[in-house]
Design a protein around this ligand. Structure first.
Ligand code: ADP
Ligand code: ADP
Length: 226
């Protein structure tokens, strides 16, 4: 079984909109899966069902060896990175990164080690005492990733994390995510509508359209096959 397995997922919103129409995916441990497809096709909905931010109407979600359908987001052992950062504005970078661990009762020395290591990995060592308002967009995005990384989750879920950044920064952050992926090898599901981002990052690409997966394969198979 994969690190994340989706078994015939259906999602109908309370207003009757049928956003996901039978999606099955077997995401392998350490795999970086990118979901691409037009706006409104259901990418974000699918990611949110994995995170537990939306319930599914039908089907099963497994993370590791657990069926997580009725587990709250915090119990699923996954970390989400959004485009709007969702950092705590009144807390320093250090505290933003430490917060989740502190809540879980991890001891101070361990938290400190983890935050320092992660800050180094993300080139944030010199910014630990700043608040989000005193950081650039790229630095804020790194803090958001840092907060996910310190928790050592079973998987990262990325929802268009770079779409608020300018073109130059987007390329830089894309390369940083690629390099982090090589270092951490954490199972990841990444939503984007940017083809270059998809091709650069994906081990495998799933093309979503109107609530179904139309194609799945390596970037070469998807984009370069005649
Ligand atoms: P994508 O991420 O691919 O742009 P979404 O998953 O956000 O697509 O949306 C899929 C479809 O579900 C869209 O038609 C959207 O309007 C609809 N949708 C998203 N969220 C809700 C909601 N809370 N209630 C009703 N419909 C929704
Ligand atoms: P609280 O208000 O929760 O008591 P503190 O300001 O005391 O928070 O910080 C929590 C812990 O994080 C403290 O042990 C502090 O030493 C540590 N800490 C805060 N900022 C940094 C930093 N930049 N580098 C190393 N440790 C830090």
């Amino acid at each position: 079984m994969g690190a994340i397995t989706l078994n015939n997922i259906e999602k109908t919103y309370p207003n009757g909109h049928h956003a996901i129409k039978g999606i099955s995916l077997d995401i392998q441990p350490g795999e970086f899966l990118v979901l691409v497809g037009p706006s409104g096709c259901g990418k974000s909905t699918l990611l949110r069902t994995i995170a537990g931010l939306e319930s599914v109407t039908e089907g099963e979600i497994h993370i590791g060896d657990r069926q997580v359908n009725s587990l709250a987001p915090a119990k699923r052992d996954i970390a989400m990175v959004f485009q709007n950062y969702a950092l705590y504005p009144h807390m320093t970078v250090y505290k933003n990164m430490a917060y989740g661990l502190k809540n879980r009762g991890v001891d101070k020395a361990q938290i400190d080690q983890k935050v320092q290591d992660t800050a180094k990995l993300l080139h944030l060592q010199d910014y630990l005492d700043r608040k989000p308002g005193q950081l650039s967009g790229g630095q804020r995005q790194r803090v958001a990733m840092g907060r996910a990384i310190v928790r050592d989750p079973k998987a990262f879920l990325f929802d268009e994390p770079l779409s608020n950044l300018d073109a130059k920064l987007r390329v830089q952050m894309r390369n940083e995510i690629k390099s982090l992926q090589r270092t951490l090898k954490t199972t990841s599901v990444y939503v984007t509508h940017d083809q270059t981002e998809a091709m650069t990052l994906a081990d495998r690409l799933a093309v979503v359209n109107a609530g179904v997966v139309e194609q799945i394969g390596s970037p070469i198979e998807i984009y370069e096959r005649p």
